[in-house]
Design a protein around this ligand. Sequence first.
Ligand code: NAD
Ligand code: UFG
Length: 338
Amino acid sequence: MRILVTGGAGYIGSHTTLALLEAGHDVTVLDNLANSSEESLRRVQELSGRSLDFIKADLLDEQALEAAFAQSRPEAVIHFAGLKAVGESVAKPLYYYTNNVVGTLNLLQCMDRHDVRTIVFSSSATVYGASEQVPLTEDMPMDAVNPYGRTKEQIEDILSDLGTADPRWRVALLRYFNPVGAHESGRIGEDPTGVPNNLLPFVAQVAVGRREKVMVFGNDYSTPDGTGVRDYIHVVDLAAGHLAALDYVSGQAGVYRWNLGTGNGSSVLEVLAAFSKAAGREVPYEFTDRRPGDAAVSYADATAAQRDLGWSAKHSLDDMCRDHWRWQEQNPQGYAGA
Ligand code: NAD
Ligand code: UFG
């Protein structure tokens, strides 16, 4: 199949693009490189032994989008492009709503004009908001607690309305839990700009000596060791979930929601222990106050994806830490060191 991957130069997009090429699909990546580097795509091509087309364009540029569709003539779209930093979204809501929501509207209008109505969208467990009820199931109400999360919620609503209005649409809304890890080659991985917001990239930068210690946000939650519990999922498993979802909606029109998680929670201290083991060195840490807006516990009910897609996560927390560390150790400055 000819697939347009928006945001394909980014962390999850690059791993999914690799999996698509390996499965024999033809891929065009459209990315404005706002939070990524073309080096990831060079490495994806090196790993797969196949070439892809890259179009540097912004979803807000309707003419460029039109030209990209005319040039690549996709049969389906996997839509990763978006901004994802929660704190930044609170400080710059207009920037987030414009980039994520207006960018997606431009994309959907262009798809409609070109008779392309198959889309796999990167949603997030963030749409469940601060729900303390676990495991989280797809039928729970959406209740995002920050502008970033609300962009995901709004895009889900838009796609759902579109599916109701026009039954030709084939829509997969994938709610990722906490993507971590890297391709086992160590050639591609997560390359955050500035101070990482998320736990794993922060831990990895401490382990490699770029930062002094991890600040653990709260040790007084009602969890077994007092620290926050999350459903970490290996990015390679996540990539496989996209191929399974694409397959499903290719065979069946409609709008579908799936959690992509392992169904298991790990605490911050468990992650630190697993990462220390993987890296063969202690990762120094210190407890500090809770981070506002953080839930104590979040993990998926992953049975719907298993039932419908025949997909389940294969990698353990140790695998995630081993692969994340291999990427970090081989690329201490990320792609900038290339
Ligand atoms: P990423 O920042 O590495 O990738 C996103 C890509 O989109 C980047 O390459 C960026 O340059 C591009 N982009 C952003 N705005 C664009 C625009 N207007 N036009 C063209 N390209 C644009 O992030 P990621 O971790 O790979 O996340 C991919 C998607 O998954 C995002 O939509 C994100 O919100 C969602 N998601 C991520 C996580 C996570 O923890 N990583 C969790 C849940 C959902
Ligand atoms: N944490 C720390 N120290 C840090 C960073 C995080 O203790 O330096 C803790 C958090 O308090 C939380 C856990 O580690 O308990 C995981 O935090 P992350 O920031 O890595 O992930 P979150 O679950 O808070 O949020 C992430 C993304 C959201 C997304 C959500 C679900 O940032 O955008 O996963 O996909 F919505």
